[in-house]
Design a protein around this ligand. Sequence first.
Ligand SMILES: Cc1cc2nc3c(=O)[nH]c(=O)nc-3n(C[C@H](O)[C@H](O)[C@H](O)COP(=O)(O)OP(=O)(O)OC[C@H]3O[C@@H](n4cnc5c(N)ncnc54)[C@H](O)[C@@H]3O)c2cc1C
Ligand SMILES: Cc1cc2nc3c(=O)[nH]c(=O)nc-3n(C[C@H](O)[C@H](O)[C@H](O)COP(=O)(O)O)c2cc1C
Length: 598
Amino acid sequence: MLLKELSSLASPLSSGQVDKLKQLTAELNAVQLAWVSGYLAATSEQGVAGLPQAYVGSQAGAEQTITILYGSQTGNGRGIANELAEKAQAQGYAVNLVSMGDYKTRQLKQESLLLLVVSTHGEGEAPDDAIELHKFLSSKRAPKLDNLNYSVLALGDSSYEFFCQTGKDFEARLNALGAKSIAPLVECDVDYQAQAEQWQADVLEAVKPLVQSAGASVVSIASSQISSANYTKQKPYTAELLVSQKLTGRDSDRDIRHVEIELGESGIQYQAGDALGVWFTNSQALVAELLEVLALDGGESVAVGSDNLSLREALINKKELTQLYPGLVTGWAELSQNAELLAISADKALTREYVNNNQVADLVRQYPAKVTAEQFVALLRGITPRLYSIASSQAEVESEVHLTVALVEEARDGVTRFGGASQFLATAAEGQEVQVYVEPNNHFRLPENPETPVIMVGPGTGVAPFRSFMQERSAQGAQGNTWLFFGNPHFEQDFLYQTEWQQYLQSGELSRIDLAFSRDQEHKVYVQHKIAEQGEALWQWLESGAHFYICGDAERMAKDVHQALLDVVVKYGNKTQEQAAEYVEALRAAKRYQKDVY
Ligand SMILES: Cc1cc2nc3c(=O)[nH]c(=O)nc-3n(C[C@H](O)[C@H](O)[C@H](O)COP(=O)(O)OP(=O)(O)OC[C@H]3O[C@@H](n4cnc5c(N)ncnc54)[C@H](O)[C@@H]3O)c2cc1C
Ligand SMILES: Cc1cc2nc3c(=O)[nH]c(=O)nc-3n(C[C@H](O)[C@H](O)[C@H](O)COP(=O)(O)O)c2cc1C
């Protein structure tokens, strides 16, 4: 495309950027233009580790470009979209890969081919970067899209009530707006890799008659941008665990760990706000219990993908044992022919409840069935890594990464069950190998301006990223005010990183701390109550430009804090409920209200 024809609609640039580019290039002669073009190409090829989107190959013209959009909260969708872009490029297509959060909705009308990858979060809600586009497509402003070909890959987890809801919404809206599906909606569960690869192959086949291959020159443009992270979920780094130290007191009813991991010479970089993906192995004791209940020996040979392993090895290293999923309950019901389990599996709500409150070992104990090693392994899903908000800043800890991990532990009927990854991290010995990768989270970032005040609400393990924020701000010598809301059951037992917060208070780097120790008095006090108590000051902070962050429990805490924030805006901002909702929505859209909840 010639520069004089360039418009913000047909490029990734804003109209302001297009104007500046035109202005600059108008002043350059041919030699200078060639030099600048080489300089920009080299700069773009260096890429930035962990950046979520690459913008590539758009000069081939809109009709020849495949636009790949992703809406991803925890990186899975971004990874699939990156892979698809790489594959499309390898086949010679010009690709425009972009996060839905960075996509200009007015560009939709120009698209002829859109491939979307989108997950679902909250309770059937769009991930942060997909919220605007999701809203836009459902609004009256959404244009007719008769010329658009599309396909959607939806990511989700079948143990949630609204499975893959956002992907389903996109499919329905695009369809209603007249767009034509080139490959059916694919709904992926937690173990999505095989289905995602199939979808990638299917859509690339389906685009063949629709898009011209642009030739090798375009293909080479940004392949290095796409695979910018050296270590990924699929290719993790083998790090060394340095410390797994209990933070909670001896009499606490919870076991929360401070974990330190050494990233050695990996060169891995992370930013405050990112998460660490951790692969784990299942406990030997759990595997021994399962083998005993199933009357299997463990030495049986089983196939996992293209590998042949012993059953014991497969159960320890490859298969998910601590998280159940609905398909396993159904499969086991058929094998056992147990009337009670058949009734549970026939009812979606009962199945969800069963899945959330039991593990594989409970299922096989409660509903005995005779199975072979192969049958059993075929029913189980592959292990998936867990994410942990990073609790350190590299400005302070350099090649280390710190986490704050709550051991998931539940005793029922005399048996204690543990969470797979949290038990692995809580019991790991010093020096143990642990496979990790950084999952960037661009939706949870400190303000660019270190003078900007920040309000951090992080009860329990939700405090983790705020330790990282404070280390980062301290290293920067940032002058902006900082305010932490922290809570847990008991002051004496559960005040995580107490001495560090006290030191930050003393040095003035932490301006305020409000604490909610829920069980230290008769009535329960949580962070949302502290927010309500401090509403007037909080409103003033917001009005002076503060960014507001929530991290931790998604199910209750984040909702209660959101409500408390709305109440503060109503009360101290003199607004109606509706105006308060708009105010908070505007904060979110301006990236001043960010959540990292799970
Ligand atoms: C972006 C992100 C950031 C996160 N950051 C942190 C963090 O900083 N610190 C942290 O500790 N966790 C964090 N988590 C949660 C973490 O990823 C795991 O989900 C958690 O450690 C449980 O994993 P597990 O393998 O131990 O348990 P699983 O094997 O996944 O679960 C075992 C069983 O326990 C149930 N279960 C799972 N979690 C809980 C729970 N909290 N309470 C009761 N029952 C439960 C499950 O339903 C299942 O039946 C984060 C999650 C996300 C998505
Ligand atoms: C806090 C939280 C809430 C979730 N809610 C849903 C849901 O309502 N429905 C669903 O199908 N999946 C849900 N999921 C599962 C994610 O969609 C799934 O893990 C997906 O692979 C994430 O993709 P992403 O990393 O691209 O965001 C949820 C996951 C988390 C962590």
